[in-house]
Design a protein around this ligand. Structure first.
Ligand code: NG1
Ligand code: ZN
Length: 550
């Protein structure tokens, strides 16, 4: 076996020589590896090696690799690993990914890999299975070649499936479906996913009239490809009017469009405004981000004023609807619905949910934290304010729904609708497409337009500021990132500033995806919000400068 291992390691080394590491330090963070696409070939080759190791460690279960940089500018790219149940890579393996990515030479790479395999008790000659996909970025094909070189070095030991260009959530679905030995989750293909969604949508829409057409800004990214293909499966139920579908023009991706643009600027993408398509007050629009795992909605109130319906609004809409169905099914005692948010959720949304006796958990930023917390509820609704989220049905809740004998047609209907929702909503990860259908279904059931949905609560004015500091690692947080523990003394100053403002709230945390510190502020009025944000930003800059010069 030792000689067999040596032969394999030699083959890998030869292939790795073609992908030397550039003089950059890489880190596997919340969003995997993410930087300029041209810096990534060596990283992606090594991610291929790690995917094989992960699969071997899990007895050959299928692992996913997604090459995308989501809402980042077009020259960036990135890569993430997906675990067998369709969730993010187990956290303890992030360090292994970082270690491999940063080996300076082929020799150290092979040494590190061999040591890692030994430490994890993995036989590197055992079978593995990897499925991968990429978005529409120009650097994608070259990076996929690097990935295939990394996987190919293992020869016939690794079974690979290339899904081609598709969205992040579709890849997560295919991984989960491939590993589902019961075969009930759905066919492990892109088409299998669309069919699953279409079937659930048909059940939920029932014999209602077709849904209103929806304008969808696809951020000139892979969401355009998905929407076109999926649209054909449901054309008798809903018509999509795709906008920003140009995946070919250089520089178009995420430029002046997409969910991140809309949420950050709190305005329509100029292209959508110019198209004039939202002039009728009952017309709504939505924006995907670059890999279609985030969505935000909007409309023009009275045909004029931009109104954002973000992740918080989607969470509220979904949670109250599901809670209603649970009550109609007379299952309140057995199925508890809860909401999971981060500190970036607007204070009004949290208050609104709590007032309706639905529990709310606040976690650290990053969907893996939200996902984990949502698993603690029977039905866990989790969304980041930026539009990334989903709804998880626990196996206990599904069992209850399957086993319950309804006592009336209304109970029967409610149970069937809850089960269909669990099929409609992506159970692995937030998906713009699946979330879109969720919103449309709820609005159809409620006979609501965007204005009625929006009417629930009014967002507090809020402001998010990016602060560049000499060293963001000096900022340490606690209490789901709502309080700073370092720099010492800074939190007290922030608390004092907040106390002076009506309905004030502000917190500071280091970004996990960019080299900056983020300041969030909200308050009763726009003026006091701006002022609070400015004061806290100054406090952050002063504290960072004081430490840098100490
Ligand atoms: P960072 O850069 O850690 O704030 C951003 C988003 C997160 C999450 C990640 C992953 C905000 C304030 N932060 O994280 O919510 O989506 O990117 O992409 O929106
Ligand atoms: Zn994304």
């Amino acid at each position: 076996m030792a000689s067999q291992n040596q032969a394999l390691l030699q083959t890998i080394a030869k292939a790795a020589d073609q992908y030397p590491k550039p003089p950059v330090t890489f880190g596997y963070g919340t969003a995997g590896f993410r930087t300029l696409g041209e810096r990534l070939p060596s990283v992606i080759f090594r991610v291929g090696m790690l995917a094989v190791l992960r699969s071997q460690r899990l007895n050959g279960a299928t692992i996913g690799v997604m090459v995308t940089a989501s809402h980042n500018p077009e020259p960036d790219n990135g890569v993430k690993l997906v675990d067998p149940a369709g969730e993010m890579l187990e956290q303890s393996w992030e360090a292994h990914a970082t270690a491999l990515a940063n080996c300076e030479t082929t020799e150290s790479l092979i040494g590190t890999y061999e040591a890692l395999a030994a430490q994890l008790r993995v036989d590197i000659n055992s079978p593995a299975s990897v499925v991968y996909a990429y978005d529409t970025r120009p650097s994608g094909p070259a990076l996929i070649q690097a990935l295939e070189a990394g996987l190919g070095a293992f020869g016939g030991r690794v079974k690979t499936v290339n899904l081609g260009i598709t969205t992040t959530p579709v890849l997560h679905y295919v991984v989960k479906a491939t590993n589902d030995k019961s075969g009930t989750y759905g066919a492990p293909t892109i088409k299998g996913y669309y069919e699953k969604l279409a079937t659930a949508l048909k059940t939920l829409v029932g014999n209602r009239a077709p849904l209103a057409p929806l304008y969808v800004d696809c951020a000139n990214g892979v969401g355009a490809v998905a929407l076109e293909e999926f649209g054909k499966c449901v054309e008798d139920i809903i018509t999509f009017k795709p906008l920003n579908t140009d995946t070919k023009t250089k520089g178009a991706l995420n430029s002046q469009c997409g969910a991140d643009f809309v949420k950050t600027r709190q305005q329509l993408p100029p292209s959508v405004a110019e198209a004039g398509v939202l002039a009728k007050p009952e017309t709504r629009g939505a924006s995907f981000d670059g890999d279609a795992d985030r969505i935000v909605y909007y409309y023009l109130r009275d045909g004029k004023n931009f109104r954002l319906l973000d992740g918080d609004k989607i969470a509220v809409l979904a949670a109250l609807f599901i809670e209603d169905l649970v009550k109609r099914a007379k299952l309140q005692a057995k199925i508890k619905v809860g909401v999971v948010q981060t500190a970036y959720a607007n204070g009004s949304s949290t208050k609104f949910i709590k007032e309706r006796n639905i529990p709310v958990t606040c976690t650290a930023t990053g969907v893996k934290h939200l996902h984990h917390a949502a698993l603690k509820y029977d039905v866990g609704v989790y969304f980041e304010a930026n539009g990334h989220g989903t709804v998880l049905f626990s196996s206990g809740a599904l069992e209850t729904l399957h086993k319950t004998q309804p006592n009336s047609p209304e109970e029967d209907k409610a149970i069937k609708n809850l089960l269909a929702l669990s099929e409609l909503i992506n159970q692995a990860v937030g998906d713009a497409l699946s979330d879109l259908l969720l919103v449309e279904v709820v609005l159809a059931h409620r006979a609501w337009g965007a204005a009625e949905w929006d009417a629930g609560y009014e967002d507090l004015p809020n402001r998010l500021v990016k602060v560049e500091v000499p060293d963001r690692t000096i900022f340490l947080t606690t209490d789901a990132e709502r309080k700073l523990t370092s720099p010492v003394g800074l939190q007290k100053l922030i608390d004092e500033a907040v106390a002076k403002v009506d309905q004030g709230r502000s917190f500071v945390r280091p970004s996990g995806t960019e080299d900056c510190v983020r300041v969030y502020a909200e308050a009763a009025t726009t003026a006091s919000t701006e002022q609070l944000a400015a004061v806290v930003t100054d406090l952050v800059k002063q504290a960072a400068a004081a430490i840098a010069t100490a």
